[in-house]
Design a binder for this molecule. Sequence first.
Ligand code: BTN
Length: 323
Amino acid sequence: MSKVEEKILEELDGEHLVSGVELADRLEVSRVAIWKHIQSLKKQGYSILAKPGKGYELVGAPRALLPYEIKRGLETEFVGGDVLYYEELDSTQSKAKDLAVEGKKEGTLVVAEAQTGGRGRRGRDWHSPRGGVYLSLILKPDMPPARSTLMSLLGGISVAESIYELFGLKPDLKWPNDVQIGGKKAGGILVNTSGEADVIDWIVIGIGLNANVDFSSFPSNLRKTATSLQRELGRRISRVNLTKRLLEKIEKNYQFFLREGGGPILEKWEALTNTLGVQVRVTNGEEVEGKAINIDKDGRLVIKLSDGGCKKIASGDVSLVDE
Ligand code: BTN
């Protein structure tokens, strides 16, 4: 979207009619140019009525996660400072990692309407049809890579808080980062890190949420284990509002983490998880079964084994075992 188009949208704030002449005057371009930009905005999904003798009226914004829509009224200092938008991409995560390597600044966000090669944890695919929210955010915290699991927990907390505040649904976080509603997966978080042994160069937090996805396109195994916000609420949700709230929450939690350290983040996560105090089976090459009793300061899951010993798990797949 061009700068002139952004200014036209600011003038047509949804409450006032503004004539072509007024717009041309205010933006110092010709009336023909205004008309062309209005046609271009309509193509991008804006509903703009031209009322003869009165002016243009903005009656609807697109549902797409356009950078302008995400940034409008976004209450962050740096998260979402730059937004790169794609109708379709192989993976926002790969794109954000490339951008991080190129030195793009902290807070840069990549969003896509759909992904053709969406990545999940542990080398799995992330099914990414239109209707979902797929985003990857570059952060540059001053901390050792060993603590990157904390960033993944921070992502989960931010998702859960946003969903609760906007829709009144209370998601559970399954260690390390599954977002579940009613025992079914509604979203996931993937974290990639680069750096030396003792300090992170950059970190990319990737979040995938089944917002308004159409389940008929899902593989049958996922239809049983996954859910979407649309399915849980019985209505479509505004992905733009969800994305904005999520970015605001991530920034708040991240600043909180930088100020206070990991402790308060771990406390928040403990209040939102369904994984502690229950019998779990963890697969990460080997299989470990026991009671999940705690997470340590780096976000590793502490399991109490049947022989009384304890084991700390840094990554893996957890299933909750019914006792
Ligand atoms: C998981 O396995 O639970 C994590 C899924 C993470 C998916 C998101 S969608 C946006 C970003 N881009 C990707 O390719 N993956 C992450």
